[in-house]
Design a protein around this ligand. Structure first.
Ligand SMILES: Cc1cc2nc3c(=O)[nH]c(=O)nc-3n(C[C@H](O)[C@H](O)[C@H](O)COP(=O)(O)OP(=O)(O)OC[C@H]3O[C@@H](n4cnc5c(N)ncnc54)[C@H](O)[C@@H]3O)c2cc1C
Length: 144
């Protein structure tokens, strides 16, 4: 088990966590970010705000197309079809792009990302378990 010292250790790479990590790094602190999900972005980026808005946009386009004639646009009704697999594909692409964007921001700001579940083991000590890719079974220590 390895130990690395950080000024700040943040558990969770949702909007709360990754924004705090960036700000800490901008202020000159050595920051660690621990995330148990394989991708960064949290509920908002992976399951909440971002994917739901992508799905809503597809629903909006589908709905608008059904009323195209109201706007003087003629589309054969039978030609309008919702290809749900493609809707999902588009949504997944957006989610992946967003997660990669967060990953890029962590690299750019020199935030060390640990992939695994974080636990406050002792005051000032965070333990990362379960597939920690940065340091296998690493124990992070942050200055309290
Ligand atoms: C369907 C849906 C739609 C939404 N739409 C919007 C919207 O349009 N606009 C809006 O403002 N808000 C929206 N929200 C709310 C938004 O997602 C949350 O407010 C936001 O994600 C909270 O951010 P957070 O960083 O606090 O937590 P989260 O985004 O939940 O991030 C927490 C992260 O911590 C990780 N984690 C938890 N425990 C551990 C651990 N022990 N070790 C390591 N990692 C851990 C989790 O895996 C997760 O990645 C929506 C939510 C849902 C469910």
């Amino acid at each position: 088990m390895s130990t690395e010292q950080f000024d700040v250790t943040i558990i969770g790479a949702g909007p709360g966590g990754y924004v705090a990590a960036i700000r800490g790094a901008q202020l000159g602190l050595k920051v660690a970010l621990v995330e148990k999900d394989k991708r960064l972005g949290g509920t908002c980026g992976l399951r909440g705000c971002i994917p739901t808005k992508a799905l809503l946009m597809s629903a909006h386009v589908y709905e608008q197309t059904q009323h195209a004639a109201d706007y003087g646009v003629q589309i054969e009704a039978s030609a309008i079809q919702l290809a749900f697999a493609d809707v999902q594909k588009r949504k997944d692409k957006i989610v992946t792009k967003n997660a990669k964007g967060v990953e890029f921001l962590m690299k750019k700001n020199k935030v060390t990302v640990f992939n695994g579940a974080g636990r406050l083991a002792l005051p000032g000590k965070v333990e990362v378990t379960g597939g920690c890719s940065s340091r296998s079974g690493a124990c992070l220590t942050c200055k309290a």
